[in-house]
Each structure stands twice: as C-alpha cells, then as structure tokens.
Design a binder for this molecule. Structure first.
Ligand code: FPP
Ligand code: MG
Length: 293
C-alpha cells in the first residue's frame, strides 16, 4: 500500500473530528474576492492535517471524546500552520504547494504576506475566545519559536552547521507546533494527563516529521513540491551536514535515516505505554510511515 493509502486509513479514524476542524478553519475567512476563494481553496486543499490528527488519535486512545473546545483549539493550530506555510513559500520562493499554485504565484507576494497575517490573526482571535491564558501564552511562544527557527535558518544559509544546531532549528520551526497541538488538547481535557510525557511525544514526532520532509526535499520524491529546493536556497539540512559537503549529501542520507529513526523509536516507547487499541495502533503505524522514506 502507498503512503497515501495507509495515511488515509489512519485518517479515517478521526474523520468526524477532522471534518469539524475543517469547518472551523474556513468559517471565519472573509476577505475580498477573488482572494477569498483562493484562500479557502488553499485551506481546504489536500492537506495531511497531521497535527490535529495526532492529537485526536492520542485523546481517543485514552478513551476521550473530543470536545468542541478541543476541536476549535486544533483549528487554531491548523490556521497557524497554514499561515506559516504561506509565509514559508514566500521565503523559500516556492510556486507550488499541495499540488497547486501558491498564493504568491497565484496573486503576488504582497497579498501572500497579508494573507498569512490574516490567517494568523484569525487563529489568535479563536485562541483568545477559548479563554485559557496558559494556553494563549504557550501558543504565542510557539509562534515566536517558529519565527526564530526561520530566522536562524536564513542567517545560516550556505553554511554547514552542526547536527545540534540543525535539531534546534527543526524543533523551533516544526516540532513545537506538533508539541503544542498535543499538549494543548490535553490541557483542555477534563482529565489530568502527564503533560511532560505528551510534550516529549509531540517533540519527537514533530522532529522526525521535519527530518523526513528534509530528506524528501533532497531525494526529490515529492510530486507536490519543488525538489532540491533546500539545496538551491542554501538550506543545508541533516544529509548535507552528515555528508560534510553540499555535493556529498548522498553519503549523509543513511545517517539521516538513523537520526530520524532515533526520534520515531523514542516516540514509539511513549505510545506503547498508551492503552492498546486501534488509535494507539494507528499512532504506531504513523511512525512506521515516517520511517519508510
Ligand atoms: C516549512 O518548512 C515551514 C515551517 C515548518 C515553518 C515556517 C515558519 C514561519 C514562516 C514563521 C512563522 C510564521 C507564521 C505566520 C506563524 P520547509 O520549508 O522545510 O517545508 P516545506 O517543504 O513544506 O516547504
Ligand atoms: Mg518551504
């Protein structure tokens, strides 16, 4: 079975929750045409919805039915993620995302910047309505970390740094949003959970996810995004760092896979402590999909 087929099987376990989240995400978008139509198309585009999906599976594995508040919160996470992608595609000079033209390519970068700002503002509005000041603080810190990840990445362009710096950047730009999705959903639960453990799970999965994304970028196996864009842009990720030279990235690929597996293995240890059911099994299956790159 292909990645997409296996992933869709996992996604089907959270079908109703994801549909509700998708309604919440687009419900608030109200700008001039024809941008409105394109923004809604982008938000409804073929997205993995991976952050909400993982949070839903985690809660369901613990026997929880997600509340409307938790689903609203996950729509905040998706809005932030989508806002960051619109800005990311300007930064990375990408014309294609999810198999479609980016907002910048469809219109221009001015409208893309403002569209990202608009989605971020929509996310903050929803977050504030949830009325949990700890959560507001956590989400805003995460957005700051995402910015710091991108700022550091830009300052370090065309430099081969250390793996430690690469992991730090990866956590900032990607893993903390995964972590916040999981921890935030747990915070909004009536049950008391071990938030440190959930935090570690989110960081491990988020880090593995980005290492995989970086590997795919360099090995150019994704039809829906431009290939080798990172190399062209001077963004030297794990394969280049392990290969110790830009043109030697192929020798760094195996070590990058081992690094990726360290994170999926750590995540699996935490998942194996969850109650055994189809949801925890789906989380383990998801880790397998990440490893198969
Ligand atoms: C994708 O990385 C980009 C991110 C994970 C984060 C981008 C963050 C920002 C632009 C700062 C925060 C901004 C807002 C509006 C919240 P990638 O380029 O490696 O992945 P890709 O292959 O999907 O493009
Ligand atoms: Mg990018």
């Amino acid at each position: 079975m292909s990645f997409t087929q296996e992933y869709n099987n996992i996604k089907s376990l959270a079908k109703d929750e994801l549909s509700a989240i998708e309604r919440f995400i687009t419900g608030q978008i109200d700008v001039r045409e024809s941008l409105n139509k394109i923004l809604i198309k982008f938000l409804n585009g073929p997205s993995k919805r991976v952050r909400p999906l993982l949070a839903i599976l985690l809660m369901k594995s613990k026997g929880e039915t997600l509340s409307e508040e938790q689903l609203e919160f996950l729509s905040v996470i998706e809005l932030i993620h989508n806002a960051s992608l619109i800005h990311d595609d300007i930064i990375d000079e990408c014309d294609i995302r999810r198999g479609n033209k980016t907002i910048g390519a469809e219109f221009n970068n001015k409208l893309a910047v403002i569209s990202g700002d608009y989605l971020l503002a929509a996310a903050m509005e929803k977050l504030i309505l949830l009325g949990n000041s700890d959560l507001i603080k956590k989400v805003i810190q995460t957005v700051k970390q995402m910015c710091i990840g991108e700022i550091n990445q830009d300052f370090d362009r065309f430099k081969i740094g250390t793996i430690e710096n690469y992991i730090e950047k990866t956590k900032n730009k990607t893993a903390y949003l995964f972590e916040t999705a999981l921890v935030g959903t747990a915070i909004l639960s009536k049950e008391k959970y071990n938030l440190d453990e959930i935090s570690k799970l989110g960081l491990d999965i988020g880090t593995a996810f980005q290492i995989r994304d970086d590997l795919i970028n360099i090995t150019s196996t994704d039809k829906d995004k431009p290939s080798k864009n990172d190399l062209k842009e001077g963004i030297y990720n794990a394969p280049v760092i392990f290969g110790n030279e830009k043109d030697n990235y192929k020798t760094g690929i195996e070590k990058t896979k081992i690094l990726l597996n360290n994170y999926t293995n750590n995540a699996a240890l935490i998942i194996r402590n969850l109650p055994e059911n189809e949801y925890s099994a789906a989380l383990l299956k998801f880790l397998e999909l990440l490893e198969n790159v």
